[in-house]
Design a protein around this ligand. Structure first.
Ligand code: NDP
Ligand code: 2IT
Length: 445
C-alpha cells in the first residue's frame, strides 16, 4: 500500500466521523503521489503524518445574552494547523453547520493556499455554530465580544491572525477587533478585513472575487482568449460572489446567475452586482428582491444548484463546500462549459472534479483560485507592520501579480511532475513542497 494511502487510512481510522476533513485530505494527498515518489525524504521525515495533524485545536464556550435577556451558548473553535512558513492565518466561519470536521478541512486547505500566495503565512481556521442571520446588531456584537474574550488568549499579530469567512464580514471583524483592543490594550494588526478607518486595506473586500477572476483571466489569456463575450454562471451572492460578478462584468463577460440559500436568479441581460450587494450586504435580505428590482430577471425559489442548469462558458462556484455534484458537472459539460474556477472552498465534490477534468474542463481548485483573499490579508498585515496604507491601485496590482504567479506555479508544477493541465495536482504540489521543506528544515516539531 502506498505511503499516501496509509496516511489517508490512518486519518479515516482516527476520525471516522470527520467527513469533510477526510474529503479534503484525500483530495490533497492523492495528488501528491508524484512528488512523494520523487522525494523519499518526505516519507522519511513523516511529513504527511505530521501535516494532517493540527498543531493545536482550541475549543471553547461562547456565552452571550440575547435581546430578551436570555443567556445563549455557542461553541467556538480555532484550529491552528501549521506554522512552518509563518504565523497561523485564516478566516472565522459563523454558521450553524460549523463543527470540528469543517474547521479542520478549511484549516488544512489553508496551509497549501497560503503557501501558494508566496507570503509568509501558516494555515488556520476557526469559527462558531453561532448564526448571525436574524440577529440584531447588538446581539451580534455581544456574541463577537464573548467569542473574542476567549480567542484573544490564543492569537496575536505574530502568532495567529484571523479574518472573515461565511457569516463573518466587516461588521463582525469590527466588533472582534474592538474587544481584542480592550483586552490587550494594544492596537495591532491581529485581524484582517478590518475597516479602512482602523487599519484595514483597500481592496481587501474585493480581493477574493477579483483574484478568482484574475486567475481565470490569465488562463484565458494563455489560450489566446479573454472574458469578452463569455457567459458566466455564479453560485452564491456573498462577499466572494459579489466582487467576482463585478470583475467579470468589467472585463466584458456576462454573469447570468447567482444564488443564496433559499433560491437563485437567472438574469439573461447580465446580473447587476450593485443590486445584489445592496440586497445581500446592506439589507441582509433575500435574493427574491432582485427580480422585483431588475426587469427581465427570474427568481427561482428552492435548490440553488439550479444555477448549473443554465448554459455557460465558465462556472464560478462561490458559496460553500459540496455545492457542485457529479450531476451538475455532467450538465455543465453537456452545455459546453469549458472552465470551472472555485471561489468557495471545496465546492466541487471529488467525483465531480474528476468528471470535469476527464471531460476537458480546465478546473481551478479553491486553494489556487480563491487565494486572492488571504493574499490581500497578507498585504494588510504588511501595511499594518509598516504603519502605512497603500492605494487601491497598488494593492490591486499586487493582487493581480500574485494570482498570475499562482496560475503559473500550479501550471509549472503540474508539468514538472508529469500531470500537465491538472491544476488540482499542480496547486497541491506547489503549495506542499514549500511547507514540507520548511518542516524538514525546522526538525521534528
Ligand atoms: P458570505 O457569507 O459573504 O456569503 C456566502 C454565500 O453563500 C451567501 O450567498 C450564502 O447564502 C451562500 N451559502 C452559504 N452556505 C451555503 C450552502 N450551504 N448552500 C448554498 N449556499 C450557501 O461568505 P463568503 O462570500 O465570504 O464565502 C463564500 C465561500 O468562499 C466560502 O466557501 C468561503 O470559505 C470562501 N472564501 C472566502 C474568502 C473571503 O475572503 N471571504 C476567501 C477565500 C474563500 P445566504 O445569503 O442565503 O446565506
Ligand atoms: O478561506 C479563506 O482563504 C478566507 N476565508 C480568507 C482568510 C484570510 O485570512 O483572509
Amino acid at each position: 500500500m502506498s505511503y499516501v494511502q496509509r496516511v489517508i487510512d490512518a486519518v479515516k481510522e482516527k476520525d471516522p466521523d470527520q467527513e469533510l476533513f477526510i474529503q479534503a485530505v484525500t483530495e490533497v494527498l492523492e495528488s501528491l503521489e508524484p512528488v512523494l515518489d520523487a522525494h523519499p525524504e518526505y516519507e522519511a521525515n513523516a511529513i504527511l503524518e505530521r501535516i494532517v495533524e493540527p498543531e493545536r485545536v482550541v475549543m471553547f464556550r461562547v456565552p452571550w445574552v440575547d435581546d430578551n435577556g436570555k443567556v445563549q451558548v455557542n461553541r467556538g473553535m480555532r484550529v491552528q494547523f501549521n506554522s512552518a512558513i509563518g504565523p497561523y492565518k485564516g478566516g472565522l466561519r459563523l454558521d450553524p453547520s460549523v463543527n470540528l470536521s469543517m474547521i479542520k478541512f478549511l484549516g488544512f486547505e489553508q496551509i497549501f493556499k497560503n503557501s501558494l500566495t508566496t507570503l509568509p503565512m501558516g494555515g488556520a481556521k476557526g469559527g462558531s455554530d453561532f448564526d448571525p442571520k436574524g440577529k440584531s446588531d447588538m446581539e451580534v456584537m455581544r456574541f463577537c465580544q464573548s467569542f473574542m474574550t476567549e480567542l484573544a488568549k490564543h492569537i496575536g499579530a505574530d502568532t495567529d491572525v484571523p479574518a472573515g469567512d461565511i457569516g463573518t464580514g466587516g461588521r463582525e471583524i469590527g466588533y472582534m477587533f474592538g474587544q481584542y483592543k480592550r483586552l490587550r490594550n494594544e492596537f495591532t494588526g491581529v485581524l484582517t478585513g478590518k475597516g479602512l478607518q482602523y487599519g484595514g486595506s483597500l481592496a481587501r473586500p474585493e480581493a477574493t472575487g477579483y483574484g478568482l477572476v484574475y486567475l481565470v483571466e490569465e488562463h484565458l489569456k494563455c489560450n489566446g482568449e479573454s472574458f469578452e463575450g463569455k457567459t458566466v454562471a455564479v453560485h452564491g451572492s456573498g462577499n466572494v460572489a459579489i466582487y467576482a460578478i463585478q470583475k467579470v462584468t468589467q472585463l466584458g463577460g456576462k454573469v447570468v446567475t447567482c444564488s443564496d440559500r433559499k433560491g437563485w436568479i437567472y438574469d439573461p441581460e447580465g446580473v447587476d452586482y450593485e443590486i445584489v450587494k445592496q440586497i445581500k450586504e446592506v439589507e441582509r435580505g433575500s435574493l427574491a428582491l432582485y427580480a422585483e428590482r431588475k426587469a427581465g430577471a427570474e427568481y427561482h425559489e428552492g435548490d440553488a444548484r439550479g444555477v448549473w442548469t443554465i448554459p455557460c462558458d465558465i462556472a464560478l462556484p462561490c458559496a460553500a463546500q459540496n455545492t457542485l455534484f457529479i450531476e451538475d458537472a455532467q450538465t455543465l459539460v453537456a452545455n459546453g462549459c469549458k472552465i470551472v474556477g472555485e471561489g468557495a472552498n471545496m465546492p466541487t465534490t471529488l467525483d465531480a472534479t474528476k468528471y470535469l477534468q476527464a471531460n476537458g474542463v480546465a478546473f481551478f481548485p479553491g486553494k489556487a483560485a480563491n487565494a486572492g483573499g488571504v493574499a490581500t490579508s497578507g498585504l494588510e498585515m504588511s501595511q499594518n507592520s509598516e504603519r502605512l496604507s497603500w492605494t487601491f491601485e497598488e494593492v490591486d496590482a499586487k493582487l493581480k501579480d500574485i494570482m498570475v504567479n499562482i496560475y503559473h506555479a500550479a501550471d509549472d508544477a503540474a508539468k514538472e511532475y508529469g500531470v500537465e493541465g491538472d491544476f488540482v495536482a499542480g496547486a497541491n504540489i506547489a503549495g506542499f513542497v514549500k511547507v514540507a521543506d520548511a518542516m524538514i528544515a525546522q526538525g521534528v516539531c
